[in-house]
Design a binder for this molecule. Structure first.
Ligand code: FE2
Length: 258
């Protein structure tokens, strides 16, 4: 069986006004570079996961322009909110759009993709948590899908990245998340956005993959906020995943040159 191929796009931070960048960067142009790159390989990609902070401060016109791009891509897309999104607005837009943007569980081959909303209990600094109803939902799904390999998708990172300022705004109830996962052997991987940088680690047999943004990248290993200053790492990026029958994952980050 051919592997299931997934593209993860994250942290686009589109503004209401397309002329207004984010931290001095033309985020519209950067997202277009990624979308154009995916268009060139659309026949080989089975689905796209948009993992939050898709707009900045819930910018409604940002969602309109994002929806236009999503409808241009001939690949099924699914999205979740990040701390900068308006989750209720996304729900409404997703319900009205073509396709199944708001779908929470996607089954393909012998895999299940479970999408979660980690924007509960915002701390005002960017942090967020999984509401109890999200944890309950995850529990139910992992039980019901115990014969499938599972990939869990959320915005906030469930493990630290060793940047002090970012580790203060990671998933607020990561402990409860990992306790729940420990009771289920079918979880193979977790992907998140939020950190604007790449990280790939193994946590008790679960592969945790973090992905750079299509917008600005954050510098790795900093006590205080800092933008990436290495030019090769500043490019807009996305992650490709190959999910194999049997539960193996192959993955890479693609940085798209301007
Ligand atoms: Fe972000």
């Amino acid at each position: 069986m051919k592997p299931l191929v997934i593209a993860q796009i994250t942290d686009c931070h589109l503004q209401n006004d397309p002329q207004q960048g984010y931290r001095g960067l033309d985020v519209e142009q950067h997202l277009d570079l990624v979308v154009d790159d995916l268009l060139q390989q659309s026949e080989t990609i089975d689905m796209i996961l948009w993992t939050g902070d898709l707009v900045h401060h819930g910018a409604v016109r940002g969602y309109q322009r994002l929806s236009e791009r999503i409808s241009k891509l001939p690949i099924p897309s699914f999205w979740i909110p990040g701390n900068h999104d308006d989750a209720e607005l996304m729900q409404r837009i997703g319900d009205q759009a073509e396709g199944s943007l708001n779908q929470r569980v996607v089954q393909a081959n012998d895999w299940a993709i479970i999408l979660l909303d980690s924007t509960s209990e915002p701390d005002g600094q960017g942090g967020g948590s999984l509401a109890q109803c999200e944890l309950d939902f995850l529990q139910q799904q992992l039980r019901a899908l115990s014969d499938l390999s599972c990939l869990i998708v959320l915005h906030h990172n469930p493990v630290p990245v060793e940047s002090d300022w970012q580790d203060q705004i990671m998933l607020g109830n990561a402990e409860a998340f990992w306790q729940l996962l420990a009771a289920h052997e079918n979880v193979r991987g977790v992907i998140n956005g939020h950190v604007h940088q790449s990280k790939d680690s193994d946590i008790n047999g679960v592969r945790v993959m973090m992905t750079p943004a299509t917008s600005v990248q954050f510098k790795i290993g900093c006590s205080q906020f800092a933008l990436e200053d290495h030019s090769a790492l500043q490019a807009p990026a996305y992650r490709l995943l190959q999910l194999f029958s049997g539960g193996q994952i192959a993955t890479s980050v693609k940085r798209v040159a301007g």
